[in-house]
Design a protein around this ligand. Structure first.
Ligand code: GLO
Ligand code: MG
Ligand code: MG
Length: 415
């Protein structure tokens, strides 16, 4: 193929559409709706304005986001309070007018609101965090959390998420950590109590309150940086309703501090607190790049989904990623979201294949059977009894790679 002629702007969308078709393998909207996938308002509306960057896309309101999610086949929608309600309207009549419009838009398009979350990081009022020294900041935080809970009940949500990314500091010593955490717990307690009351009034179950950790950004030092820290916080004795509080781990947030996301999720599963899951991708020990699922670590993702499938995780998969700033407004819905959803579905179905694979099953059973050494005080004999069996670890890893690339179904290369 020779050098391509410039592609005039009015032909570019058609080119994108043609190449999307050429990619093939897309699932239908009806197939996509079978999965508990939620699309955040903020992900679709993100204008590309990360730190050091000007926006590259124009604003998109909830009407368009919900309509487009419905067309794609994303059955659930999630939002921050201030993604859809101006700060000055929170708790006022104008808020309830907007909430009524959202309800109608959701109903018109057959999309459900799964989760609501309070923005406690962007506005200047949170400069010293929602658990700041000044009591009026904390009272305002309590108001905002309770208000979000009420909005959640009105919209039919089951989950509310808290990402305390501003709970920390830039300079040491000014913030006293134990006191700040006590104040933060007061906020969560206020939210749970508002929920108990709202649930009673509406005749609905209470919401599942999910904490989300991130190791750095936007504060330099974060008081609850990991999912493990969150689990300890839930059981610290500071929460009045620990049974109402669980976790919303985010794949990349665990990777960012150097964790194995699958092991972090396993710890949350064992604690019975894996209620909600933010899905995306990125790199270890970098900032929060929020890349779409599977574009960086597909093998790791496959393994994560094997864990979740085999443990019956049935909560939402929230598409908390950011379409890259090189993607246009058109591309957000024509390419970014449908391909992210389809990569998730493919990896989820592959995870089912891994779980059912006869080679992996037999190898795993053999490892569990062991070599049959009878003297369990003899290290040498035990080692010798298992030596050849342990080669199966690497064989299993190879088999999972084969499933990832389709080699188990006969995908071959002529070499
Ligand atoms: C940012 C977080 C953020 C949260 C959202 C929900 O890094 O991932 O997107 O998920 O505020 O509370
Ligand atoms: Mg997140
Ligand atoms: Mg993130």
């Amino acid at each position: 193929m020779g050098a391509m002629k410039p592609v005039p702007p009015n032909q570019q969308q058609a080119l994108v559409d043609r190449l999307m078709k050429a990619c093939g393998g897309a699932y239908t909207p009806a197939q996509r709706r079978k999965y508990f996938l939620s699309g955040p308002q903020w992900a679709a509306a993100y204008q590309g304005q990360a730190l050091f960057h000007a926006p590259t896309r124009s604003p998109v309101g909830f009407e368009e986001v919900i309509r487009r999610y419905a067309e794609i086949g994303i059955g659930y929608w999630s939002t921050h309070d201030t993604d859809v309600i101006p700060t000055e309207a929170l708790g006022k009549d104008q808020q309830w007018e907007i909430v009524a419009r959202i309800k109608k838009t959701l109903a018109d398009h057959g999309v459900q609101c799964s989760m609501v979350t309070t923005e406690t990081f962007y506005h200047a009022v949170w400069a010293a965090s929602p658990a700041a020294e000044a009591p009026e900041v904390r009272a305002y935080a309590a108001f905002r959390l309770a208000n979000t809970v009420r909005i959640g009940h009105e919209l039919g949500a089951q989950f509310v998420v808290y990402w305390p990314g501003s709970l920390g500091y830039y300079t040491q010593g000014a913030v006293e950590e134990t006191q700040t955490l006590r104040w933060y717990a007061d906020g969560i307690n206020a939210a749970c109590e508002a929920d108990i009351e709202a649930a009673r009034q509406k005749g609905r179950p209470t919401l599942k309150h999910c904490l989300e950790a991130k190791p750095f950004e936007p504060q330099a030092e974060i008081l609850l940086p990991t999912s493990d820290a969150m689990l300890a916080f839930i059981h610290s004795g500071l929460l009045r309703h620990p049974e109402m509080v669980g976790l919303n781990p985010e794949y990349l947030h665990e990777l960012m501090w150097g964790a194995a996301p699958r092991a972090a999720l396993a710890r949350v599963l064992l604690a019975g607190k894996l209620w909600h899951f933010d899905i995306n991708d990125g790199y270890r020990l970098k900032h929060d790049v929020d890349i779409g699922i599977g574009l960086v670590n597909p093998l790791d993702w496959l393994n994560v989904l094997v864990l979740l499938r085999t443990h019956g995780y049935n909560g939402p998969f929230n598409l908390d990623y950011k379409p890259p700033r090189t993607t246009s407004n058109y591309g957000v819905f024509a390419v970014s979201f449908p391909t992210a959803v389809d990569r998730f579905i493919t990896l989820w179905e592959m995870a089912g294949e891994v779980a059912a694979d006869p080679v992996i099953q037999e190898a795993t059973e053999a490892l569990k059977a062991g070599g049959g050494a009878t003297d369990t005080t003899d290290a040498e004999a035990i080692t010798a009894a298992n030596r050849e069996l342990l080669t199966l670890h690497e064989l299993i890893a190879h088999r999972i790679f084969q499933i990832l690339v389709g080699a188990h179904r006969g995908r071959v290369y002529s070499v």
